[in-house]
Design a protein around this ligand. Structure first.
Ligand code: SF4
Length: 140
């Protein structure tokens, strides 16, 4: 599966959940997307749920903005950088982010970054349409 395919599939899963939550306020929707609730009520949203694992070891992990609006990617490559194909990067150059430099390609490594999983951040960027929040992710 390419990243693009994962992105589209994930966005569709998000949208399907949102169609069930139209009776909830924005704040209640955010609460619904807390890891503990999602594991219980939306087991297919993330493959880690079945293993009772989190993508980041943090308290109050919230899954609403999984993928991160600051991520930029292009499966075909964005530009050549030092002889390697840059495939993704962080638009805010988060200090918690890193790069994975392979033989031919460079990828953004978000494994140490918790920015999109904090509820204060989600409140700031909240929209009910996940694809709208993420619209810049795929435009590079
Ligand atoms: S490093 Fe953090 S802020 Fe940047 S794209 Fe990755 S998760 Fe988002």
């Amino acid at each position: 599966m390419t990243y693009r395919e994962w992105f589209e599939t994930h966005g569709q899963k998000h949208a399907a959940i949102m169609t069930k939550l139209t009776h909830l306020s924005d704040e209640e929707v955010i609460v619904y997307f807390r890891y503990e609730n999602m594991v219980q009520h939306e087991p297919d949203f993330c493959p880690l749920y079945a293993q009772n694992k989190k993508c980041h070891d943090m308290e109050n992990l919230n899954c609403y903005l999984c993928a991160c609006p600051n991520f930029r990617f292009n499966d075909a490559g964005i530009e050549q950088k030092e002889g390697k194909l840059l495939k993704s990067f962080c638009a805010i150059d988060s200090k918690e982010g890193a790069q994975f430099v392979g033989e031919d390609a460079i990828h953004q490594n978000c494994s140490g970054c918790t920015v999109p999983h904090h509820e204060a951040y989600i409140r700031k960027h909240f929209k009910r349409d996940w694809f709208d929040i993420m619209k810049k992710v795929t435009t590079v």
